[in-house]
Design a protein around this ligand. Structure first.
Ligand code: SF4
Length: 339
């Protein structure tokens, strides 16, 4: 790959300037001395959850589980109140398992080795690099979508995937700890899905920006694409229709075992309109079956047998279900039939 060193230096300089002026240094996981445990908790929570939501969870979680030893000792029931609401419960189960492995296999210290970190449950290359960089100060770039988008747009116009990751680790001269944080903040403040190029000090040399000038039409086209409204709700009348809908709840454990309301064939649990919200579904299963659930927003809204119906996935978090179990394919057969 041939990219002029001087262009790389320009990129780094302006990125670091941005970070000094507008970096999110107030975030609780941005303190100067941070442990690998604290970085890991923040990175797991930040996976697919907004920063603003994570802040409160992170603080309470570390108050209750200040060290990896306290976390490793916790049962799922003790852990859950401090995680519930972040979604992706497999992530939570992996957290507990990883904490126990670090305590039993590494004396309670996350290994300072990227490859070893990646063998822990729920830790992929990105999280491992973030731990290595933020906690141990090692020179690793944490390649998430922000990093790829910003570097890809600036150097290649966003068309070319940033593939040669080690090239960038060698070429960038700034500390990777600073660069990772700066790229994360820049990618969520300016170089967002619809980038704010007019306010960006990198625009003078940015390939994406240059090409955008030629391709204003392309941007306009993107902007005029019809925006799909959540659940297809277009007006008040339609809203009312779904307010009165039945909820078909697909109850599962780890997306593997599906529980049926029928003893002979797979059937979802059908709840009347009084229970068709996420809170209503939770309440119904708690009161009727003593089960705590995580309930997803409806993934489908459809007219089934002439009746407005919401199809909802729900995962059992606590409690012992006594229903018959079916496999995923049985559930898929059922959904294929009704869609
Ligand atoms: Fe991103 Fe636009 Fe800045 Fe280029 S000019 S780095 S596309 S915000």
């Amino acid at each position: 790959m041939s990219i002029r060193k001087e262009k790389i230096a320009f990129f780094e300089k302006h990125l670091v300037d941005f970070f000094q002026k507008a970096g999110r240094e107030h975030l609780p996981w941005r303190k100067k001395r941070i442990t690998a445990y604290e970085v890991w908790v923040s990175e797991i929570m930040l996976q697919q959850t907004q920063v603003s939501r994570v802040i409160g969870y992170y603080t309470k979680f570390l108050k209750r589980f200040p060290t990896i030893e306290t976390l490793a000792k916790a049962s799922w029931g003790e852990f859950l109140p401090y995680y519930d609401g972040l979604g992706y419960y497999n992530r939570g189960r992996n957290m507990l398992e990883a904490a126990r492995t670090v305590v039993s296999g590494y004396g309670g210290k996350f290994p300072r080795d990227k490859k070893l970190l990646e063998t822990l449950p729920g830790i992929g290359p990105y999280t491992a690099a973030a731990i290595m960089s933020f906690a141990y100060g090692d020179e690793h770039l944490a390649w998430d979508t922000n990093l790829k988008r910003v570097i890809g747009r600036f150097f290649f116009g966003g068309k070319q995937l940033v593939e040669n990751e080690s090239f960038w680790e060698d070429e960038f001269q700034t500390s990777k700890k600073v660069l990772n944080a700066a790229l994360m903040d820049f990618g969520s403040a300016l170089c967002v899905a619809r980038p704010k190029c007019e306010a960006c000090s990198l625009s003078a040399r940015c390939v994406y920006y240059r090409e955008k000038g030629k391709g204003e039409k392309r941007i306009k086209n993107q902007e005029s694409l019809p925006v799909r409204q959540a659940g297809g709700i277009k007006n008040g009348k339609e809203k009312n229709t779904w307010r009165d809908a039945e909820a078909h709840v697909f109850l599962h454990e780890n997306h593997k075992k599906y529980f049926s309301s029928d003893k002979k064939i797979f059937k979802p649990f059908i709840l009347s309109s009084g229970y068709n919200t996420r809170a209503g579904i939770k309440k119904y299963f708690q009161e009727k079956y003593d089960l705590s659930l995580a309930v997803r927003p409806p993934h489908t809204k459809a007219m089934i047998k002439g009746r407005p119906t919401l199809l909802v996935n729900a995962q059992i978090l606590l409690g012992k279900p006594s229903f018959r179990v079916f496999l995923k394919k049985d559930k898929e057969r059922y959904t294929g039939k009704i869609s």
